[in-house]
Design a protein around this ligand. Structure first.
Ligand SMILES: Cc1cc2nc3c(=O)[nH]c(=O)nc-3n(C[C@H](O)[C@H](O)[C@H](O)COP(=O)(O)OP(=O)(O)OC[C@H]3O[C@@H](n4cnc5c(N)ncnc54)[C@H](O)[C@@H]3O)c2cc1C
Length: 449
């Protein structure tokens, strides 16, 4: 047997043994070094050993597929596939998002309007299920029900340990065109046109205010007159406002948002030239900033400093929501009025396949716009924590949209199960985790753990 696969099997055996050794009522979690979740609850427990499950086992350039372990980060995957002139169909923007995390927790990027979501280019997955078995789930096989319900199950049915994914060809460079709009209706109309067949390879957008919106249209090219570098002193999101055309290597394009965690590195002063010059380049990464935020939340540092300075308490509003294109301008208008956070990230997406996925029922064929916003807003007297997040949840439902579950969730339980198709989840949960060793989806995303 290929040594890489033998080592993989040994790592899966270790993980399975660690799971079997846990007391039946012990909380279960993965002992991963990184996370991109935005729920900072103490999950307790030691965590399952996933060492040896973070690599790419093989890339098959002829078949354009890769066998990837469940906790391989996209940074690792891209480093393994680009030398073959290939990339995953959808590469989420943050380097430490893992393939297993993006498939079970959903992912999105500027290729999603034509390539769908990361789980749509998975051929099959080996999953350590809640009842301790390792099964291979694929469309049409005896575990097809698990394959269907795994996306958006957030590790509550089991953990993916190996996945076979399809890869797409790349060219060496991406040519970017940043197009400015002064009103939302025109911007969303242009976004719809850009996502029609024959359009660019990549589409995303950035909103700085109601009259300053940019669409960024990216196209693979073989040559570039010169390439920009936003891992140094220059900052990618600021470049949208000053350049109409830009070129990046394909690798730098894929990680353009990671260096400054979109724009969220601002909170640490890293965008001030003096601080940036001193902040080591290797530490200008989303996982470093996320660790700083986790530390701050755990110790309530900024909350205490704010209270000491007499500032109102703040509510974190860190969410990604998907709204049908024809209601997108309405959502943005509401958002900028009620939750004044800018910038806001826009990313169009459309399912690749022609029927919905059960636990995240986006309509097949419909173009949605993902709105990403990651900040906090002051609470006015009388407003309780969760006020703005609840307003957003309400508006998302009114407009026929969906909300990702990687951050705080306030839906009451019955509404949650209606929105995320509890009737499709329950039988699969009962089949693969009959003793309820893993929390259920509502408990994990909205409940106490
Ligand atoms: C500021 C911010 C911006 C974001 N922007 C984007 C974005 O633009 N595009 C995008 O795609 N995503 C985005 N995300 C969300 C991110 O993709 C999801 O949170 C994803 O689930 C994180 O994956 P991870 O590998 O870091 O997993 P973790 O954060 O470690 O875990 C996420 C969940 O997945 C489960 N899980 C992890 N690995 C596995 C596995 N192998 N098998 C089964 N379950 C597993 C965990 O139990 C947990 O419930 C963003 C998140 C934040 C905080």
């Amino acid at each position: 047997m290929d040594p890489a696969y033998a080592a993989h099997n040994a790592a899966v055996d270790r993980m399975r043994a660690a799971y079997a050794a846990l007391p039946p009522d012990a909380p279960v979690r993965l002992a991963k070094r990184t996370s991109n979740l935005f729920r900072f609850r103490d999950q307790g427990g030691a965590g399952l050993d996933v060492s040896g499950l973070g690599g790419v086992l093989a890339v098959d350039p002829a078949a354009r597929t890769a066998d990837v372990q469940g906790v391989a980060t996209y940074e690792t995957i891209v480093d393994a596939t680009l030398p073959h002139g290939l990339m995953p169909f959808v590469v989420p923007q943050l380097k430490t998002i893992t393939l297993g995390g993006a498939v079970t927790g959903l992912g999105i990027e500027s290729s999603s309007f034509r390539a769908g979501l990361p789980h749509e280019s998975v051929r099959e997955m080996d999953i350590l299920t809640g009842d301790g078995q390792v099964v291979r789930a694929a469309p049409g096989n005896e575990h097809a029900d698990l394959f269907e319900t795994f996306p958006n199950s957030y590790g509550t049915l089991g953990y993916a340990v190996k996945l076979t994914i399809d890869l797409a060809p790349v060219k060496p460079y991406v040519r970017l065109r940043h197009v400015r709009f002064t009103d939302a209706a025109a911007c969303f109309a242009a976004l719809g046109e850009a996502c029609a067949p024959g359009g660019p390879d990549f589409v995303d957008g950035t909103v700085f205010g109601p009259d300053e919106l940019y669409l960024t249209l990216g196209e693979f090219v073989d040559e570039a007159p010169a390439v920009s570098d936003y891992t140094g002193m220059d900052i990618y999101y600021q470049s949208l406002r000053r350049r109409e055309v830009d070129h990046l290597t394909v690798r730098d394009y894929l990680w353009r948002w990671d260096t400054d965690w979109f724009w969220c590195s601002r909170a640490f002063g890293v965008q001030q030239r003096a601080v940036r010059a001193l902040w080591p380049r290797r530490l200008r990464r989303s996982d470093v900033y996320r660790r700083l935020v986790a530390f701050d939340r755990r110790h309530r540092l900024s909350a205490r400093v704010g209270a000491w300075r007499g500032r109102p308490p703040e509510e974190p509003v860190v969410q990604d929501v998907e709204i049908p294109l024809d209601r997108a301008a309405e959502f943005l208008d509401f958002f900028l009025r009620e939750v004044p956070i800018t910038p806001v990230w826009l990313c169009p997406l459309r399912l690749l396949r022609s029927r919905p996925w059960p636990l995240y029922p986006l309509a097949a064929g419909e173009l949605y716009v993902n709105f990403g916003f990651w900040s906090s807003v002051p609470l006015a007297p009388g407003q309780e924590d969760g006020h703005h997040n609840r307003l957003i949840e309400g508006m998302v439902s009114t407009l026929g949209g969906h909300k990702s579950l990687y951050s705080t969730v306030h839906y009451p339980e019955d509404e949650f199960w209606r929105l995320y198709h509890g009737e499709a989840y329950a039988p699969v949960k009962a089949a693969y985790d009959p003793k309820g060793r893993l929390p259920d989806l509502y408990a994990k995303c909205a409940g106490a753990r």
